[in-house]
Write a protein of this length. Structure first.
Ligand SMILES: Cc1cc2nc3c(=O)[nH]c(=O)nc-3n(C[C@H](O)[C@H](O)[C@H](O)COP(=O)(O)OP(=O)(O)OC[C@H]3O[C@@H](n4cnc5c(N)ncnc54)[C@H](O)[C@@H]3O)c2cc1C
Length: 469
């Protein structure tokens, strides 16, 4: 009887141990499953949901062309053509009023002094042509641009001033384009858009004024297409500016070492899918304007007094406008016809035009000369695209009525090139970041494994100790 009871107790103990063993097994399986799930969800390449949220595929929102097509036509057609086109004499000289008369906050310390906003590093550096009295250049002073020489514009010219284009004011922009009094010519190739050191409250104030007063970010349910378009154009331009800053950054001031700074690109643009999407949108919008003004741009005279180079500009422009691959892949990059519909259309157009003119006026408040140069050029480029696509009262609805200034065409084409370069940089840098993140994931996973083990030791280990082994 005693033997039987002992056997029974022994069997009970065994089955308890068995139960304990299978519970441990189940917990271990659970932990492994948790670790594997955690690792795979951290690893972008392996998790389908993660991949979807990072990759840009399908139709660019509100456009008629998809991301893949944009990337492929850029590489195959547009990039090589535009790179050559913007280097021709016609497209490399831009007329601009550089000194600021900020109409909004005259007390801004960054640009109070007229001399500071237009000064150059050394008077002797500039050719005779550049010191012509009508250009109105003041004596140069090294103290300008908050002491940052990289922010100053190099105004060296190596060609004649252009002639023969009609001067008409653009209703979308603030500057009176016909007033040549305070305008000067700048060689864009000598003044690349890149890091200048302009930041802090002054730069922040500009972007704040642009977004908060003139094109606030629309709510997710916003149905007014036109308001969305204005915000997306500015946000896309902002992304492009940030990308160019990161692409050509002063990495080491003491060694004057310049180069790409991909982390900055990631911090400012790539980590925000909306900003990337808005960049693609702005690019397609401007591309549509260029293709819509095809007849005008084809007939325009790209005359600088250098027959060989001018012929080249004309030929490159034709290639751009009539490229069969581009026409087949993306015939209408953006459909402007769907805007300004309904009764409130004309009123809305006036309102948006006023807002854009304000944005254009804000460019005079940019407290860094080179940033102001590129800000003004690109805003004029956008204003030109808006003028081509949406005239004030419909008079530009047919190409034959369109009148563009030479400077508008220069701004439009240079803007297209800037946006295209940004899109290409996004295309190139994005996968590297995906890889970097992929590389980091195992570390994160390892960290999480360690924390899981710790958890396992404290919580699960405690239970194991309680099991009757
Ligand atoms: C017209 C203009 C031209 C400039 N050109 C240059 C230049 O050539 N070189 C140079 O070094 N600096 C330039 N700057 C300064 C530069 O744009 C930044 O302001 C500066 O580098 C400081 O950057 P930040 O990180 O504070 O953010 P900022 O770029 O100043 O952005 C301010 C805020 O705007 C929002 N934001 C940022 N990007 C977007 C976007 N794409 N869409 C929507 N919202 C966004 C964010 O909330 C962000 O905090 C320019 C500024 C202006 C206004």
């Amino acid at each position: 009887m005693v033997e039987e009871t002992e056997k029974k107790n022994e069997n009970e103990k065994r089955s308890k141990r068995k139960l304990g063993g299978s519970a441990i097994g189940a917990i271990l399986v659970l932990i492994i499953a948790l670790v594997v799930t955690f690792y795979y969800t951290q690893n972008g390449k392996r998790c389908p949901c993660f991949q979807d949220s990072r990759k840009y595929t399908g139709i660019v929102e509100d456009c008629c062309c998809d991301y893949e097509t944009v990337d492929s036509i850029n590489g195959a057609v547009l990039h090589p053509l535009l790179q050559e086109l913007v280097a021709t004499p016609f497209f490399r000289y831009f007329k601009v009023k550089l000194w600021c008369d900020c109409p909004f906050w005259p007390d801004d310390g960054m640009c109070k002094l007229r001399d500071c906003s237009v000064c150059e590093c050394s008077e002797n550096e500039f050719p005779e042509l550049f010191r012509k009295p009508q250009l109105g250049l003041p004596a140069d002073d090294l103290k300008c641009q908050e002491g940052k020489p990289e922010a100053a514009v190099d105004r060296t010219l190596d060609s004649k001033v252009f002639r023969g284009w009609i001067e008409v004011d653009n209703p979308w922009t603030n500057d009176d384009e016909t007033d040549n009094g305070e305008m000067t010519y700048v060689n864009l190739l000598l003044n690349p858009e890149r890091y200048t050191g302009y930041s802090g409250p002054s730069a922040r104030r500009i972007w704040d004024a642009i977004y908060s007063e003139n094109c606030p970010k629309y709510a997710s349910g916003e149905i007014c297409q036109e308001k969305k378009v204005l915000y997306k154009l500015i946000s896309g331009l902002h992304s492009s500016i940030s990308i160019h800053i990161a692409a050509d950054y002063l990495l080491d001031e003491t060694k004057n070492l310049w180069g790409p700074y991909p982390e900055l690109m990631y911090d400012r643009v790539l980590q925000y899918p909306d900003r990337v999407r808005n960049l693609y949108f702005t690019f397609l919008f401007v591309l549509r304007a260029v293709t819509k003004a095809k007849d005008y741009l084809e007939q325009a005279e790209y005359n600088t007094g250098n027959p060989e180079e001018d012929l080249k500009a004309q030929s490159l422009m034709r290639q751009l406008l009539y490229d069969s691959k581009l026409q087949a892949a993306c015939p209408v990059p953006f459909d402007e016809a769907k805007l300004w519909k309904g009764q409130s259309g004309p009123e809305l157009k006036q309102q948006i035009q006023k807002q854009f003119r304000n944005i254009s006026a804000i460019m005079d408040c940019v407290g860094c000369e080179k940033c102001r140069l590129w800000g003004k050029l690109q805003v004029l480029g956008l204003g030109t695209a808006l003028k081509i696509l949406f005239s004030v009262d419909g008079q530009y609805s047919h190409d034959k009525h369109l009148q563009l200034q030479r400077n508008e065409v220069i701004a439009l084409v240079n803007l297209l090139n800037r946006l295209l370069e940004s899109v290409r940089l996004v295309q190139e840098v994005s996968p590297t970041f995906e890889k970097t993140m992929e590389g980091l994931s195992p570390q994160r996973a390892a960290k999480s494994i360690h924390s899981l083990i710790r958890l396992w030791k404290t919580v699960v280990g405690e239970r194991l100790r309680q099991l009757p082994l």
